[in-house]
Write a protein that binds this ligand. Structure first.
Ligand SMILES: O=C(O)CCC(=O)C(=O)O
Length: 248
């Protein structure tokens, strides 16, 4: 493994539950994802499984290649260890001009298929993300102790869900929120228990990201016929997980 994250960045991730890393990807690497997004942004779908922006790494080599870039895996290895499974990817396209944000939530408790729910998400900025266009917001330190804070499904839509998953009122002290401000090509890593969300995009600029989720191979992953997981580094553990190779 190469050490791509300075120790101070790893410490910040442990203490705050997230960390930002500038200029992580090259312009060419980001362009490959951007080209895919532009081609697929307006595809109409009814079943979420047909949304080409979800799990694009199953079928599209350039997206798989970014999700498994050795430099990215090096960084993730520093955060959750050497045996890495690529669990999910999602290109989140927050279009300009209002629209929806993402309610305060934690990722781990939202993933019933995995146990334990220790994961890291790499949020790869395809555009500059700032307050005006609805950058991600986090409550630093809210991952501490990996406590499930009791989110549930709501009646309202958000950018991700028809029935947004949201933490109950009163659980989140949003005066503590930090804005995750990134430039195109930067990345932030967040822990699966950190409280996070985002505001609508009130600008005239797109705010898109490729979000890639990794778990250690010690995680037990319940199979689902429409989901694939890939052992992308290190060794499997005898726990019944089934891994695919690209193209299978
Ligand atoms: O991109 C956003 O606004 C929210 C992203 C998010 O919830 C996540 O990556 O877990």
């Amino acid at each position: 493994m190469g050490r791509v994250l300075p120790d101070a960045k790893v410490r910040t991730f442990r203490e705050k539950g997230y960390v930002t890393v500038p200029r992580f990807f090259t312009a060419e690497q980001i362009q490959a994802v951007d080209d895919y997004l532009v081609r697929n942004a307006d595809v109409k779908w009814t079943d979420k499984n047909d949304d080409p922006l979800r799990e694009a790494h199953y079928l599209h080599r350039p997206i798989y290649d970014i999700c498994t870039l050795p430099k990215l895996l090096d960084a993730v290895e520093q955060l959750i260890g050497p045996d890495l499974v690529l669990l999910y990817s999602h290109i989140i396209n927050k279009k300009p001009g209002g629209g929806l944000g993402v309610r305060w939530h934690q990722d781990g408790p939202y993933w019933p298929r995995i146990e334990p729910k220790i994961a890291v998400s790499a949020w790869i900025a395809l555009d500059d993300a700032d307050v005006e266009n609805g950058c991600m917001q986090v409550i630093p330190g809210s991952h501490a102790g990996h406590v499930d804070l009791g989110q549930s499904e709501t009646a309202d839509r958000d950018l991700i869900q028809d029935h947004a998953i949201a933490l109950p009122d009163g659980v989140v002290d949003d005066s503590k929120a930090e804005n995750v401000i990134l430039r195109r090509g930067d990345v932030s890593f967040h822990d699966s228990y950190i409280v996070h969300g985002s505001q609508p995009n009130r600008s005239t600029r797109r705010r898109a990201a490729l979000v890639v989720r990794f778990v250690p191979s010690a995680t037990r992953i319940q199979p689902r016929p429409d989901r694939k997981q890939y052992l992308v580094r290190g060794r499997p553990v005898e726990n019944g997980n089934v891994y695919m190779r690209f193209g299978e």
